[in-house]
Design a protein around this ligand. Structure first.
Ligand code: SIN
Length: 324
């Protein structure tokens, strides 16, 4: 007879500060990310290894995260979801781009097993390393009932991938889910949910099989509107098009305020759209949305942060390629 108690948690390592080491642990702000594999992270964290299985999917500083490692991760998650002996998957990740990875997993879900991401702001050998507590919380969440399909655990908060942003670079509590708050908290290893509402996706996404079978994902760039912007970056990108191997397919524009663009930017984006580049407009403000933007002015609006909008537009382009 199959019982949940015998199900394992699969822990997948990708690198980051949680896998980082400082030459001098007393001066832990000077460190290198991604020096340890997941076996060492688990040992240093002092978590019980029974009912865990672990492996490294990658060992990188997450500034270098992108489709190549994402496909490895998606393949590992797809395999894990097919296994009856795996209850949930915990993924260790750098804080710098975990916003994108968490959002990608959210957009390609729901998954048949819960996926819990975690990270750290201090390297593994710092006296006040936060990785061990975050990892223990992530493992405890992964064993709890009624948890979100995809979440990030950091500093006791359980964040929603469709809202979370890294908002601090000097504190263990580096993430915020914005004015609506986090999905819940981990208090002494116990999951305490706040809100269970995770907004829908609102655009087409490709099948996981298609994302896995596509070696080169559509190229999307992110530009910002700002005082003095006359659209030169857009023109430069368009001028490059005939000369690059992977042409630009999508542009995410972090617009000013509630979706405004300078006149020069509007004109440049109109040219981009005419040449077949898909343009999505979001807001450059921390928690604002491009609510008042008119599509004719330069592109469709998307109520996501620019980092998430880049992932979303990549997926939307892949979905239309899959359909074609
Ligand atoms: C990284 O994102 O890989 C390095 C920074 C961090 O994890 O805090």
């Amino acid at each position: 007879m199959h019982s949940k108690i015998f199900q394992k948690i699969l822990v997948l390592g990708t690198g980051g500060t949680i896998a980082g080491l400082a030459d001098d642990p007393e001066n832990s702000s000077d460190y290198k990310a991604s020096q340890l594999g997941i076996t060492d992270i688990l040992s240093l964290s002092g978590v019980a290894h029974e009912q865990l299985e672990w492996r490294d999917v990658a060992q990188i500083d997450s500034k270098d995260m992108g489709p190549q490692v994402w496909r490895e991760l998606l393949r590992a998650l797809s395999d894990a979801c097919d296994r009856s002996d795996v209850r949930a998957v915990v993924i260790t990740h750098g804080t710098d781009t975990v916003e994108e990875t968490a959002y990608l997993l959210h957009a390609l879900g729901p998954w048949r097993k819960p996926l819990v991401l975690t990270c750290a702001m201090k390297p593994a050998n710092a006296p006040d390393a936060d990785g061990p507590v975050n990892l223990k919380d992530a493992l405890a969440l992964a064993q709890s009932e009624h948890i979100p399909s995809v979440s990030l655990v950091c500093a006791g908060h359980v964040h929603d991938p469709s809202r979370l942003q890294k908002v601090r670079t000097d504190q263990a509590d580096a993430f915020s889910s914005g004015p609506r708050g986090a999905l819940g908290r981990m208090v002494e290893g116990v999951w305490q949910p706040n809100v269970s509402l995770v907004p829908g996706i609102g655009y087409a996404t490709p099948s996981l099989a298609y994302a896995l079978a596509t070696p080169v994902w559509p190229r999307v760039e992110w530009l910002t509107n700002h005082a003095g912007n006359v659209g030169n970056m857009v023109h430069a990108l368009l001028a490059q098009q005939p000369h690059v191997q992977s042409p630009l397919r999508g542009l995410v524009v972090a617009a000013t305020g509630a979706g405004t663009l300078s006149l020069g930017m509007e004109e440049a984006l109109a040219k981009a759209r005419e040449s077949g580049v898909k343009v999505w407009v979001c807001s450059r403000t921390a928690w604002g949305e491009a609510a008042f933007h008119h599509p004719k002015d330069g592109g469709e609006t998307i109520a996501l942060s620019p980092a998430k909008a880049c992932v979303a537009l990549t997926l939307a382009l892949m979905a239309s390629d899959e359909k074609a």
